[in-house]
Design a protein around this ligand. Structure first.
Ligand code: R1P
Length: 281
């Protein structure tokens, strides 16, 4: 099994920090088509993943594969403009590496965003979902293997993974900004992918209480919680999943990216406003 020691990851974190002036306390992972968040970052310092020895490289369209350091609403941040997914062939431990690297760079709060299919029939394409919990249907877990207590405990709790204060803040900001009707709270599920979900899978997770589904986020959140980070998660609903058999319409990644391009404006505004109000000291 591929594994990275605390010292390996400390080395990667030190290498990265030696290349930038910024010392962020907040990390943001940008989902499919959500990389435009990086446009809002000022005083940017950019490091492509392929210039960081040991870092996984994004191979999926819509994931630029760059670390963007800078300030967002006067807060020092680092953005992962693009993530990596297990279906790209990376081990769960490799998926964990960027989050642990952020931890050892001093990140205390992690925002995770993704493009997701709407299971909840009240959700429309372009809506946002503040994640309140997740269902891990991927069959993988990045904490499998020898546990290093310097990161966190062998058996970390996961019942309050998504910070309740940040969830409330997001919903109240959406109200203040006049787009509360576009923002819901709900449960995200992760399947391994890379194929989109079958009709029966969607029906099953709907019964289980899932509101939106995708192929990412969960391993990052598990690792972040394990090492004591505060987590906020948000999905952009980029398509409505097919819940009836024998429909002509099918899901496709182009639609996901197109919706991300068209509808990420509010997501960006909301995230920037939350960041502006965070007390990171
Ligand atoms: C499918 O279109 C892709 O979009 C989502 C799915 O997980 C999958 O990778 O991407 P993110 O979860 O990275 O936003």
């Amino acid at each position: 099994m591929e594994s990275f020691t605390y010292e390996d990851i400390q080395q990667i974190a030190n290498d990265i920090l030696s290349k930038v002036k910024c010392r962020p306390k907040l990390g943001i992972i940008c989902g499919s088509g959500l990389g435009k968040l990086a446009d809002m970052v000022e005083d940017r310092e950019v490091i492509p993943y392929n210039e960081i020895p040991g870092f996984p490289i994004s191979t999926v369209p819509g994931h630029a594969g760059k670390l963007i350091f800078g300030t967002l609403r006067n807060k020092s941040v680092v953005l992962m403009q693009g993530r990596v997914h297990c279906y790209e062939g990376y081990s769960p431990q490799k998926i964990a590496l960027p989050v642990r690297t952020m931890k050892l760079m001093g990140i205390k709060v992690l925002f995770v965003t993704n493009a997701a299919g709407g299971i909840n029939r009240n959700f429309n394409v372009g809506d946002m979902m503040v994640i309140k919990d997740h269902l891990n249907l991927s069959g993988v877990n990045p904490l499998v293997g020898i546990n290093d207590e310097r990161f966190g405990p062998r058996f970390p709790p996961m019942s309050r993974a998504y910070d309740i204060e940040l969830r409330k803040l997001a919903l109240s900001i959406a109200k203040e900004m006049g787009f509360a009707d576009l923002v819901h709270e709900g449960v995200y599920s992760m399947m391994l992918g890379p194929n989109f979900e079958t009709v029966t899978e969607c029906r099953l997770i709907s019964i289980a209480g899932v509101d939106a589904t995708g192929m990412s986020t969960v391993p990052e959140v598990i690792v972040a919680k394990h090492c004591g980070m505060t987590v906020f998660g948000m999905s952009l609903i980029t398509n409505k999943v097919i819940m009836e058999y024998d429909q002509d319409a099918t899901a496709n990644h182009e639609e996901v990216l197109e919706t991300g391009e068209k509808s990420s404006r509010y997501t960006q505004q909301l995230i920037a406003e939350i960041v502006g109000r965070l007390d990171l000291d």
